[in-house]
Structures are given as structure tokens and as C-alpha cells.
Design a protein around this ligand. Sequence first.
Ligand SMILES: Cc1ncc(COP(=O)(O)O)c(C=O)c1O
Length: 429
Amino acid sequence: MSTLTIFNSARDAATTAPDASAGRPIPAVLGADLEVPVKGGRLVGYANLDYAASAPCLEPVSAAVAAALPAYSSVHRGAGYASQLTTARYEQARHTVRAFVGARPDDAVIFTRNTTDATNLLAGCLPEGTTTVVFDTEHHASLLPWPEAVRLAPPAFPGEAVRAADEALAGIDGPKLLVVTAASNVTGELWPIAALAHIAHRHGARILVDAAQLVPHRKLNLTALDLDYVAFSGHKLYAPFGAGVLVGRRDWLAEGEPYLKGGGAVRAVGDDVEWHDDPEPRHEAGTPNVLGAIALAAACDALTATGWTELVREEERLIARLRAGLASITGVRELSLWGDDHPRVGIVSFTVAGYSAREVAEALSGEYGIGVRDGKFCAHPFVRHLLGTADGGCEDGTASAVRASIGIGTTQEHVDRLVEAVRDLVARL
Ligand SMILES: Cc1ncc(COP(=O)(O)O)c(C=O)c1O
């Protein structure tokens, strides 16, 4: 199957179909006017280019939390009006998230702390003897939680990913789960999730898509893509209030060990314990993060109201400018698994010959007021693979890279400042 076939499939196209409710202006983020000190004590406007780690808060998200606070109360078990109102807001947040990812009506929507919490929750609910197939390109959140895992080498091209998954799944008996990221947190590259879902189902396997880096940048439609589970984090989706989510098929979740054991997860407790078999209460014991869920839903609403066409157009313009600028500097190498032209979200990782990644990141912050990430981005096997052994060595010999990532609130000036700062650093060598 060619790359083109994979990315032009009807089901992938369905994920980017225009949304009728779209068309509002792109919302603002809090902190757009933040000033930070640089060398010499000057203050400069902060160029936040670290969205892939945590995105700033959208104004409508902050407003939704502020609006919910006066009536904030316990959920599910309170008789008071404020409790009923807060419960309704919390459950409405579930519906909003369900609609945002295009989930099936009977899918479970479980609020978690973040993506890592969501993958670990699912890992604890796998039927006995499940084998998980996972690529070495994954973030640790999707690479590590599985009790029994087959790890596949980074594929040389998208069709190779499908072929390798096909071969691995064919060799496994019993329950199986394929885990794959939709957009890499290292390179931003999009993975052929529709084709991988198709292959998984042909082998009777299920698929979990780590959508942590996709949902802030692209529309996702779980039903159209025929995915079994998706996981993502609020703090990467402009809703930094400590909630994430796992969405997907109810049966494994209804039978799996309750994630936390305590109040809310039980129907009745006597000498025996009768656990809820609805996945939501079963795995949300204790007082949930109500404001986090409300924030997450407000972010979903705000992105949907803006519409993906406009968001994607602006992001693609800026990331193309950033990549072209970096490519024009001698000694800068962008990390990529599938080549320059492969579709990607607003993330670019790179090395600068003559500098460690830490030196670059520190200089960008201390001298230019630019925030980026350096390191291996919790994807150690993948970054090692991309760097080989020769590039990006820190003093301690650990290979690492610099990552710049963009989103709502990123300006052309931020992008140009980064390119010129790296050009300055190279000129000093
Ligand atoms: C692709 C991907 N998956 C999972 C995670 C983990 O997210 P969290 O730290 O919110 O659990 C990240 C975070 O960087 C990520 O980029």
C-alpha cells in the first residue's frame, strides 16, 4: 500500500471534513503578552515554542472554569442544587468529549489525569493473555504500560508500518492490541492510523491510538477511522487543569479491575464488594477532577467552533516557514522518519552541529526569550534511532535534540525569532 493510498483513504479524509459549526475567530491564549527576562536584564515577549509539552490555556477554557467555580460542588452523590448543577456540567463534559472525537454512542468516556494515566488504565483492563504490538517510535506513555508487548522497529515508510503490524499480529494467538501514536511527539509526522486499524481488525485485534499530539492540531473521528480506543491529555489541548481521557469500547473496561478502589466505583459494600460494571464509575473512584473535565470540554468546544480548516491553514503556514528557515542554516538537521514531504503537525525536532541540544535550548531561553524543549522527549528508542550515534551528543554522551512546537497563539515573529537565533548561534562557532 503506498503512502498516498494510506493518507487518501476515505476514512482518513472523513477526519478532516469541514465542520458545519465552525467559523468563529481563533480564540486567544492566556499569557500571549508574557514578558521574560533575558541576558542583561532586558524583558522580551516570551516566544513559547513548547506546545507539544503543554499548551497555554485558551481564554474560553479559563472562562468556562471561572464560570463553573461559583457553583462548584461535589458530583454524583450530593442532593444540593450546586451539586446537581456541577454533576450536570461534569456529565455534559463527557458528552462534549465524545462528540469531539466522533465516538460511537455506546463508547465509554473515562476522565483520567492525562494520556499516561489513560494508557495505564487500559493496560490494566486487557483480557488475560493479551499481547500488545507497539512500535519503538512511541512516547513512553504508549510504549511501556503493556504486560506482554511485541516491539517493532521504526518502519522505513508508512506502508512498512502497516506491513510490519500485519506480520506481527498474524503471528499472535489470543487477544491482541495494536498501539500507535497518531502524530509523533518527536517529528510531528502523521501515522497511517486508518490503515493500521484496518489491519488490526483483519487479525481480530483492537487498536489504541495515542492522540495526545493529534487532537490539538487535527480533527479526529474515532468512528470514521474505526478505532477502538483513543487517549489524550487536556494540558496539550489548551486545557491545563489536570484532566485527560480514555474513550473507547466498553467491554474490556467493564470487566477490567477498577483502576482505583474506593467510593464511587462500587454499587454496594457488605462482606462482599459489588463493583460498578459501567466503565465510567468503575474507573473514576474518588472525587473526580471536575474542573479539569469542564476545561477539557471547553477546549473541545472552542476548537470545534473555530473549525479545523482555519486552524490547520495557519499552523501549516507557520510550520513550513519554520522548517524552511531551519533548513537554510548550515549544520542544522531536522529529525524525520519519513522524509521532508510527509504530512505532519506543528512539531519540529532538530540538532545543531557544534552544540549540544541543552546548550541550544539554554541559549534560546537566556538570550532570546524563546522556550523550546531539549532531550529525548520521553521517546528514547525513537530519538536514538533518528539521531544514530554520531549526532546531537551532549557532554555526557547522551544523544538528544531540540524540539520546537507551535499552536494557537504562535506568531510569525516567534518563528522568525527562533530561526534567526539559531542562525546567530551557528555564526558564533
Ligand atoms: C504522543 C504522546 N503520548 C503521550 C504523552 C504523555 O502525555 P501526558 O504527559 O499528558 O500523560 C505525550 C506527552 O508528551 C505525548 O507527546
